[in-house]
Structure formats: C-alpha cells, structure tokens
Write a protein that binds this ligand. Structure first.
Ligand SMILES: [Zn+2]
Length: 308
C-alpha cells in the first residue's frame, strides 16, 4: 500500500468518526426487551451527581407543602403549533412568552418553551414504569432564552406528566400521533398540528400532589439546571397509542423503539413529596375513611353505653 492510499484511508476514517455533537442515541433493548448497556453520553451525563431521571417513592421522600400552581394561558391552544421530529422525540414548540407557570414552590415565573414525549416513562414511581411521560419544558422568565437558563441552577422547570395504559385512547395524544405520521420518517421535519392543542389538556386533574427534586436534563449534555415536578396522578392512554410512538424514526433511519434514559442515583439530594395534607400530616387519600370509621365506632360505643 503506498503512502497516498494510506493517507486517503486515514482521512476517510477520520471523517467517518467526526460526528456532529448531537449525534447520540438511546441503547437498543435486547431481544427480551430489557436494556442492559448503559448510555455512555460523556461529560456531566456520566459524572454528574444531580442527574435525572430517578425512581420516585414516598418512602424516600420528605414532606412538602407549597402554594398551588398557577398556569397562565395554559388553556389557550398553542399558536401556529408545529410537531417536530427531533430524532430523539416528537416535540411541540411554544413561542408565546405569556404561556407560563408559577407557584407550586417554583422560585418565580417560568415560560413554556416546548413539550415532548418519552415512550417508556423516564421517571418511575416505586419502581413502576409508565407507558409515556410528557415533559413540559420551561425557563425562568428572568433569563431571555432556554439556552441561557440551562447554565443556571434551577434555571429550568420541567413538569413531568405520566400516562398509564388504559382501555380508552387519549384524544389529545391522538392529535399528536395523527400529526406524527407526517414527520415520522424524517428527522428535523416539522408539520402543523392537525388540530388545536392546549397544554392544560395534557395535565392531570390533581395538580397538588407531586414529587419535587433538583435534577438535570435527561438528554446530553445533561445540564444540572432543572427543578423537577412529576405529578403522581397519571393520565390514560391506549396501548395502541403507546405502540404508535415506536414508529417514529431516529437519525439513523431506524425505529425509535424507546427513548427513556436509565434511572440515576438520588445521591445526596432531597426528594420532596408535596400534596394537600390534613392536620395529622396525612395526604388527602388517607384522610376520609379512617376518620369516618373512628366517628362511627365512637357513636356505636356511646349508643351501647346508653342502652345499658
Ligand atoms: Zn424529556
């Protein structure tokens, strides 16, 4: 082999190896559906101490009590909504800075930038994974853009909404999937949403019970800038709808079978479970029945005493 051919070969391999920064991927599951290889995304993704997602469990959490969330203009349909295939998800961008959230223990007002889905939820609750997880990504209004806010601790607020598999399809997810057909084969492609979509319709009814912790973006470069809120009440979605997300293709032209990052260690962070508590510090779910039973038992006892 002469030097010229060798030099050409070396140049070829160097070119092949030179990938753009955003060319990362989710590990492919084995034939049993279990993902065994870890993501090796480098940098903070590999050596950060405040990474996301994590397993959320009340046993590991401390009690939180915050003012109610205030959702500003969440009921308005997203203006000129486009669905984009990012190669890692499908995403709806929002350009209206009036769509924002505050309260809920957030340190200010946070502007909605975009919403995207993970199929196979990223967070688990007590080790249980959900069919889908929606991320509503916001930046602190004190920063001009999401890009600026990512550099600051708690500069970003993500609301996570979990979807459980149920018999009934979800009409708002149906709108996303209907539009996804137009962009599923081409990364970077956008298509106008085939109907109106209000962020409010993708929130659970109970918006007072949630987990809160300080974590990271779940995609490279995994910036540790995110104040996470994951609602405990999930929304129903049909199995067929979950499966339809898997027809979306990634940058290699293959089906994006799942797009959730592996669970990360909690390390030294506090996990907070916030809800509306009664005076004994019990959540609303445990509040009604035991108290009613106590009252009934007391009545029975006093009735018995009277009859003697
Ligand atoms: Zn996400």
């Amino acid at each position: 082999m002469n030097y010229f051919v060798a030099a050409q070969l070396i140049a070829f391999f160097l070119l092949v190896d030179t990938r753009p920064d955003d060319e990362w991927h989710y590990p492919t599951p084995g034939s049993n559906g279990i993902i065994s290889e870890p993501e090796t995304w480098g940098g903070q993704c590999d050596n950060g101490r405040r990474q996301s997602p994590i397993d959320l469990t009340q046993a590991a959490a401390v009690r939180g009590e915050f003012a109610p969330f205030q959702f500003n203009n969440y009921k308005l349909p997203i203006r000129q909504a486009q669905l984009v295939n990012t190669g890692h998800s499908v995403q709806v961008n929002n350009a209206d800075p009036a769509v924002s959230v505050q309260g809920g223990g957030l340190p200010g007002r946070f502007v909605l930038d975009q919403m995207h889905f993970h199929w196979g939820s990223e967070h688990t609750i007590g080790g249980v994974r959900y069919g889908l997880e929606l991320h509503l990504v916001h930046h602190d209004a004190r920063y001009p853009t999401l890009g600026d806010a990512v550099a600051a601790r708690n500069g970003v607020a993500v609301l996570g909404v979990l979807f459980h598999v149920s018999a009934q399809p979800n009409m708002h997810v149906a709108l996303i999937l209907d539009t996804a057909k137009d962009v599923r084969m081409e990364v970077g492609k956008g298509a106008p949403l085939k109907g109106k979509l209000s962020p409010y319709n993708l929130l659970p009814q109970n918006r007072t019970a949630y987990f809160r912790y300080e974590g990271s973006l779940t995609t490279p470069a995994c910036a540790e800038a995110v104040l996470w809120t994951v609602f405990t009440e999930s929304i129903g979605v049909s199995l067929e709808q979950v499966e339809q997300f898997k027809a979306i293709h990634d940058q290699t032209g293959q089906e994006l079978v799942n797009n959730f990052r592996s669970l990360q260690p909690l390390n030294a962070r506090a996990l907070v479970y916030a809800t509306e508590w009664d005076q004994l510090g019990r959540g609303p779910a445990s509040l009604c029945q035991p108290r009613l039973l106590t009252v009934l038992a007391a009545l029975l006892l006093s009735a018995k005493a009277l009859l003697r």
